[in-house]
Structure formats: structure tokens, C-alpha cells
Write a protein that binds this ligand. Structure first.
Ligand code: ATP
Ligand code: MG
Length: 354
């Protein structure tokens, strides 16, 4: 039987509620065919309060020994500034493990009524490929004349040809497995260096994919079009910042941020990739057992698929869809009254029935 070693960083807030729910579903999905060996890593904000760091100094080395990483959410606003938690854990992991793309499906599940009342599951079915290691989040910049009236802060966006090219190529390859349509999101009118460069790279890579139709949109226009005509999107490739913002919009189009999953995929086959719901620690609802676990469960399905367990992954997806289509066991964010654990149990019941 195939064994997979999975590092688990449940993290903070509702991360600690949705990850156990996700583990239970994944266990049920692979039962009898594969073994998931979980290692819980107690990293995050409590670890920071005890040690002054979000994870141990050898944390990255530790993660390299696993087949995959399953993460809940990290952050404890307003007690610890978000830039401390983000730069103490998530961003260093993404960079050190070369997680070059962040794949984020945006899909309206059956039975869910999103905010766009005239749009159904056939209209809202796109997948974002987010540049994940540089761009506006490269961490390059600084402050001078601190505390004076002449203070200046710089946050420099970094786009390397090597990286943009591999991210764009990933998106074209993905488009070939879907409806062969790729939207590239930029702001080339205002950002004449970085985004014009991005457009050039997209045009160059597009020459290798004549079968994929390319649409180029400015980020502001893309945001409006996602609301007005979401059916015009299939695969979307965008920079770190733009895709971060647009996928929160996408989560809203899905009916709840709690439904949206993501995969941080490494470019190095010897390293683990990381799977997480896109939502944060949600301190406003944490500790009450009402967080929606479906985004974390869906992220878990993406992890199973990545590990090579395609059948189990597809069964988890069908069980998620059966649960939303049925509509009787949903958390309050979707208008229901069920708890996190009840939703997970319902998904497991549908798994067993399939
Ligand atoms: P981050 O800074 O980590 O991205 P955020 O500011 O985007 O976090 P979230 O923690 O994702 O904030 O929460 C945003 C809103 O969505 C909150 O009102 C939260 O309660 C709600 N929310 C997020 N995830 C879930 C979930 N799984 N179930 C129910 N509601 C959720
Ligand atoms: Mg957010």
C-alpha cells in the first residue's frame, strides 16, 4: 500500500477546526488503498508567542522531508501584525520550496446560490494561476528618513523572465486540459515596465500554444467582467497581488470564501507542494465550530490528486458536490445551521455511498 508522509500545519483560528475535518474526509477517501501518515507541526501564532518565531529555524528543512503539506490558516489579527505572520511562515515557505504557482479553482458548486443570481455552475467555472514567489510580494524595498516629514517607503515589484515564463507556461498547459482559453491579467497602461514585460512573455509563450485563445485584460476591467460575465473566464494567469485580490472576489462569487481551495505547487519534483483553503484564520468565527470545512476538504482533494491518488480525489469532489447539492447540511456562511464536523461527516457519508 502506498504511504504518503504529510506535514500538517493547522495554524491559527479556524485553521484548527477545518484541518481536522479535512483529515477525517481524506482518511475515509483513501481507506484500504493508501495510507496517509500525518505529522502535526504546532507552528503559527502560539508558537510565535512562545518563541518569537512563527516556525523553528530549521522549519524549511523539516518540510523538505514530506510528500505534501496540508495547511489551515496562519494569522492572529489584531494581536500580531499580519505582515509578521505572513513573512514568518507562508512567504518564506513558498519561496524556499520554489512554489512557483498558486492554483485556485473558482467554481460555483451545485445547490449553492452565489451573489450573482442569474449565474449558475455552468457560468462560474474558472481557475486562477497566481504567480506565487515574486511580483509585488517579492519583499524588495525599504524605508528611508523614517519618522521624518521626508519619509519614503518603497515596495518594489520584481518580475524575472525565468519565473514569469514558467508560470505562464503552466497556465497554457492547464488551459489545454480545459476549454483552451487563457486570460492574462495586467495593468500595462499604468505599469509600463513590469506589465508590458509580462505581456511580451505571454505573447512569446503563446506562440507555442496556437490552439489556446488568449484574452488580455487590465485588472480593473477583469474585476468588473468577473461579476458581469464570469462565463468569459476559463484559465486566468495573473501576478501575485492581482490574483490575490481577484481570487477573493472569486471566493465571493462561489457563495463563500470558506469554499475556495488552493494549491501552492513547487517547480521541483523532489520538494513537497502545499495545499490550503484560501481563507484566513477568521478570528470573528473561530472557536465556535461553525467554520465551513469544504474549502479545506477541496484543498485536500487537490493534494490527493497531486500525490497520484486521482480516483480518491475525484470521489472527494463528488462527495463535496453531493453535499452542497443536497443542501441539508451546510454551515452558517451558506445559510445552514450545521457545524464544521457535521459537514465533514456528511461528506464522509456521501463518500461511503459512492
Ligand atoms: P487573510 O488575511 O488571512 O487572507 P482575510 O482577511 O482574508 O484573512 P478571512 O479570515 O479569510 O479574512 O475571513 C474573511 C471573512 O470570511 C470573515 O468574515 C470570515 O468569518 C469569513 N470566512 C472565512 N473563511 C470562512 C470559513 N471557512 N467558513 C465561514 N466563514 C469564513
Ligand atoms: Mg485574504
Amino acid at each position: 500500500m502506498q504511504r504518503y508522509r504529510i506535514a500538517v500545519i493547522a495554524g491559527d483560528g479556524i485553521g484548527r477546526e477545518v484541518i481536522p475535518a479535512g483529515k477525517a474526509v481524506l482518511e475515509a477517501a483513501v481507506a484500504g488503498s493508501a495510507e496517509l501518515v500525518w505529522t502535526d507541526l504546532p507552528w503559527g501564532s502560539d508558537y510565535y508567542r512562545e518563541t518569537g518565531a512563527m516556525m523553528p529555524a530549521d522549519g524549511i528543512e523539516t518540510l523538505k522531508g514530506f510528500d505534501a503539506i496540508y495547511l489551515g490558516a496562519v494569522g492572529d489579527p489584531p494581536h500580531i501584525p499580519d505582515h509578521v505572520t505572513l513573512w514568518g511562515l507562508m512567504l518564506p515557505i513558498r519561496k524556499a520550496l520554489d512554489m512557483h504557482v498558486n492554483v485556485r479553482p473558482i467554481r460555483l458548486l451545485p445547490g449553492i446560490t452565489g451573489p450573482l443570481r442569474d449565474k449558475g455552475p455552468a457560468d462560474i467555472d474558472m481557475i486562477f494561476v497566481r504567480e506565487n514567489t515574486e511580483g509585488e510580494y517579492a519583499g524588495v524595498g525599504g524605508r528611508i528618513h523614517v519618522g521624518t516629514p521626508y519619509e519614503v517607503a518603497l515596495q518594489t515589484a520584481v518580475f524575472s523572465r525565468f519565473n514569469v515564463e514558467r508560470v505562464v507556461r503552466y497556465a497554457f498547459e492547464l488551459a489545454r486540459t480545459r476549454r483552451r482559453h487563457l486570460t492574462s491579467v495586467t495593468k500595462s497602461n499604468a505599469q509600463q515596465y513590469s506589465m508590458v514585460f509580462w505581456d511580451e512573455v505571454v505573447a512569446a509563450v503563446a506562440a507555442d500554444y496556437p490552439d489556446v485563445e488568449v484574452q488580455s485584460l487590465l485588472v480593473d476591467a477583469a474585476a468588473a467582467l468577473m461579476v458581469r460575465a464570469p462565463e468569459r473566464f476559463d484559465v486566468v494567469v495573473a501576478s501575485n497581488l492581482f490574483a490575490d485580490i481577484l481570487t477573493d472576489l472569486g471566493g465571493a462569487l462561489m457563495g463563500s470564501l470558506g469554499l475556495a481551495p488552493s494549491a501552492n505547487l513547487t517547480a521541483d519534483p523532489a520538494l513537497p507542494s502545499l495545499f490550503e483553503p484560501i481563507h484566513g484564520s477568521a478570528p470573528d468565527i473561530a472557536g465556535r465550530g461553525v467554520a465551513n470545512p469544504l474549502g479545506a476538504i477541496w484543498a485536500g482533494a487537490m493534494m490527493l490528486e497531486h500525490l497520484g491518488e486521482a480516483d480518491a480525489a475525484a470521489r472527494v469532489m463528488r462527495a463535496i458536490e453531493a453535499t452542497t447539492a443536497e443542501g441539508t447540511t451546510l454551515t452558517p456562511d451558506l445559510g445552514g445551521t450545521a457545524s464544521t464536523d457535521q459537514v465533514a461527516e456528511r461528506v464522509i457519508a456521501h463518500l461511503s455511498a459512492s
